[in-house]
Design a protein around this ligand. Structure first.
Ligand SMILES: Nc1nc2c(c(=O)[nH]1)N[C@H]1C(S)=C(S)[C@@H](COP(=O)(O)OP(=O)(O)OC[C@H]3O[C@@H](n4cnc5c(N)ncnc54)[C@H](O)[C@@H]3O)O[C@H]1N2
Ligand code: MOO
Length: 403
């Protein structure tokens, strides 16, 4: 029995979460795109010392002040001990103890003897130690995706390496004797559109896909399928296959999974298109679980399996949360698909709030997909009217794509 689409997403996510690898310490420069395996904790007060926000004078007592030195960023200055004295100070320098105020250089004047006068601004011109964070304070929880801002913050508070989850490795095996790998389709043969598409989107979900991990077309025999799957399981944590998910004369995926003692996490999903999709767990050579995601052969159905099962699986393997689905307003009605969830390709307007279904959305087509931002979700036994708020499952687009 096909299972509910939401349930399938959750099962895929939980299977990944349970199999997430142990923390590894990675140098900051190589950690973009990973996920924190432990909370990020401030290793020092931030700032670590009272820090001047201006170029000017650190003064003590009443004006005029006699300059007795200069403090640049990068050193610990001696204290200011005498009223009526000051030191020249640079932005970012440590404010000497004993200083009562800072005066901006452009708001100061010097007399013939070189003495400084001026009026400090009412609000302090330096940042106190611990203003931003206290040593030991949790700044970000485990499970936070590491992005450039997180890397910068980790460096600011003293990290050289950070504890992150291993990056899941993915493979793609393309099944189908009818597939051409170059030139236009014809004479009963179609061009393999999934070898270029699937690895690129797997990478956007944070998986690595080595060039040796993309195989195909794999011959339509059980032996060839088994050999390819064993290769995939040896080099990847997540092996995606395309085609052969049904029970046609040359569909060998289910028999291959049975030979490998695979355990289904999900075996068919109540969603259209894409219902024959599956996710199975197989023991890897090292005893840790590996996964096989069976994407249906129809190209749009393969993408739906990718966004429905593989994306949550990878989020779990990364140690991240299952992404919540935003809500959008429908610009036009979308029919239901009986007891199945309907995922309908749609393009978002410029502010991302309204979704318009796109044409050429058949499961064997990619033309609509190439113009869409994702899928609107019409739940089982429902249809969606224009103006209705529905969930939206985004494609893994990068900023600037589909402007
Ligand atoms: N008796 C039934 N037959 C089918 C049903 C059904 O319910 N009963 N469901 C259909 C649906 S829905 C789908 S989806 C497909 C899924 O089939 P498979 O996963 O076994 O895929 P294939 O039969 O190998 O291929 C289906 C279709 O996709 C084309 N294809 C395959 N790989 C690629 C590729 N890499 N690039 C481009 N196109 C590809 C292939 O040529 C076929 O046209 O089953 C239906 N049948
Ligand atoms: O479910 Mo098929 O995947 O509709 O094309």
């Amino acid at each position: 029995m096909p299972i509910d689409w939401d349930k399938a997403r959750t099962l895929a996510y939980e299977a990944g979460r349970a199999a997430a690898g142990p923390a590894e310490h990675v140098a900051l420069a190589g950690a973009d795109g990973r996920t924190l395996a432990e909370p990020l904790v401030a290793l020092a007060d931030l700032p670590a010392f009272p820090t001047s926000s201006i170029d000017g004078w650190a003064v003590r007592g009443e004006a005029p002040w006699r300059p007795i030195g200069r403090v640049l960023a990068g050193s610990t200055p001696p204290p200011l001990t005498e009223d009526g004295t000051c030191v020249e100070i640079a932005t970012g320098a440590m404010v000497p103890s004993g200083a009562a105020a800072l005066v901006r250089v452009e708001e100061s004047a010097r007399d013939a003897e070189g003495r400084v006068s001026g009026t400090p601004r009412p609000q302090p011109e330096w940042r106190l130690a611990g203003d931003e964070a206290r040593r030991g304070e949790e700044l970000l929880p485990a499970g936070t995706p590491v992005d450039p801002a997180v890397l910068g913050m980790a460096a600011t508070c003293g990290y050289d390496t950070i504890p992150v989850r291993p990056q899941p490795r993915a493979a793609l095996l393309v099944f189908g004797d009818e597939l051409l790998t170059s030139g236009p389709p014809g004479e009963g043969r179609v061009r393999d559109s999934l070898s270029p598409l699937v690895p690129a989107w797997l990478r956007r979900y944070g998986a690595t896909v080595d060039s040796g991990a993309v195989l195909g077309p794999v011959r339509d025999t059980l032996e060839a399928h088994l050999e390819a799957i064993r290769h995939g399981l040896a080099v990847a944590d997540v092996v995606c296959t395309t085609g052969g998910t049904m029970h046609g004369p040359v569909d060998h995926l289910h028999p291959a999974l049975s030979t490998l003692d695979a355990e289904y996490v999900v075996n068919t999903v109540a969603v259209r298109p894409g219902f024959p999709m599956l996710l199975a767990r197989v023991a890897g050579p090292d005893g840790r679980p590996r996964f096989l995601a069976g994407l249906p052969g129809n190209p749009q159905s393969a993408v739906i399996a990718l966004v429905s099962l593989v994306a949550p699986l990878l989020a779990g393997l990364h140690g991240r949360d299952l992404p919540a689905l935003p809500r959008v307003e429908l610009a036009a009605p979308v029919p239901g698909r009986g007891g199945f969830t309907h995922l309908a390709l749609a393009a978002l307007d410029a502010d991302g709030r309204r979704a318009t279904p796109v044409g050429h959305a058949g499961s064997s087509m990619l033309r609509g997909l190439a113009r869409a931002h994702g899928f609107v979700v019409v739940r089982p036994d429902r249809q969606a009217a224009a103006g209705e708020l529905v969930s939206f499952l985004p494609l893994p687009l990068s900023p600037g794509e589909r402007p």
